[in-house]
Design a protein around this ligand. Structure first.
Ligand SMILES: Nc1ncnc2c1ncn2[C@@H]1O[C@H](COP(=O)(O)OP(=O)(O)OP(=O)(O)O)[C@@H](O)[C@H]1O
Ligand SMILES: [Mg+2]
Length: 255
């Protein structure tokens, strides 16, 4: 068993094989196989409580696997709750991982300001989280995950708890960022449409203990995708069906 083996640079940023994990007596992950290629976005969908966040924490080395292997590049995690530090302004929140990695204050703040400017948040650099809108907070949390420029990004429901319009804007924003600077992404979402609009592949998990019940490829360049594209619609239907099947199987076959 290993949870922090390092793949060579340029290799798949994540390869997980037969990963199992229990929390106390509770089996949460059961023999998960998952791979992310360089620059590939994999969306992870599954019923609430099935173990998605647990899997992300394992990929980021925050939890060990009980069995199986995880070989991953150092990952940046955007956790399910944004966890911005309320006493730091937006710039210092974005700069935080750089400071933790040993970058000097001036340089870290300069890099954070560049990131904020790049997404039109420059004038809010000195605002604290409680002075920002929900969408702005999500973007600041995003930038914090991007600040260290890791090859693997783990995003745990990054657009959760936002209104539909803001979600759409942030989704397009993320697609553009990934076009500019491709990286491996593991994206947890409850939203099947979001999964097929952003993912190169969508992995469907069963109810707890999570097993992979299906993997679906989505065709077409991410930035040009539209919900009305036949290939996107087909992928959405396939993922939705697989999710319903997985949930029904978890209820003992009652749909
Ligand atoms: N620290 C913990 N100790 C014991 N059980 C835990 C702990 N953290 C999570 N669990 C349990 O593990 C299971 C998986 O939790 P996890 O947060 O990974 O699910 P999830 O798929 O991310 O759920 P959601 O979709 O609601 O975010 C849940 O049943 C949860 O109650
Ligand atoms: Mg979760």
């Amino acid at each position: 068993m290993s949870s922090d083996d390092l793949p060579a640079s340029g290799a798949a940023p994540l390869v997980a094989r037969s990963v199992s994990r229990s929390l106390g007596a509770l089996p949460v992950l059961d023999g998960i196989d998952l791979e992310i290629g360089p620059g590939e976005v994999v969306a992870l969908v599954g019923p609430s409580g099935c173990g998605k966040s647990t899997l992300l924490e394992l990929v980021c080395g925050l939890q060990p696997a009980d069995a199986g292997t995880v070989t991953a590049r150092p990952a940046a995690l955007m956790p399910q709750r944004d966890l911005l530090l309320p006493w730091l302004d937006a710039r210092d929140n974005v700069a935080l991982p750089l400071r933790i990695a040993g970058t000097g204050r001036k340089e870290a703040r300069g890099r954070a300001q560049e990131l904020l400017d790049h997404v039109d948040l420059g004038r809010f650099a000195r605002s604290r989280p409680d002075q920002l809108s929900g969408g702005m907070r999500q973007r600041v949390a995003f930038l914090r995950a991007l600040a260290t420029d890791r090859e693997l990004l783990c995003l745990d429901e990054p657009f959760g708890a936002l209104d539909a319009i803001t979600r759409e804007e942030l989704r397009a924003w993320l697609a553009r960022l990934l076009d500019e600077r491709p990286r491996g992404v593991l994206l947890v979402t409850h939203d099947v449409e979001e999964a097929v609009l952003l993912g190169d592949r969508v992995v469907v998990l069963s109810p707890r203990p999570a097993r992979v019940t299906g993997t679906f490829a989505v065709e077409g360049a991410r930035s040009g995708r539209d919900v009305a594209d036949p290939s996107v619609l087909a992928a959405r239907t396939a993922v939705r069906d697989a999710l319903h099947d997985a949930i029904a199987a978890g209820r003992g076959g009652i749909p």
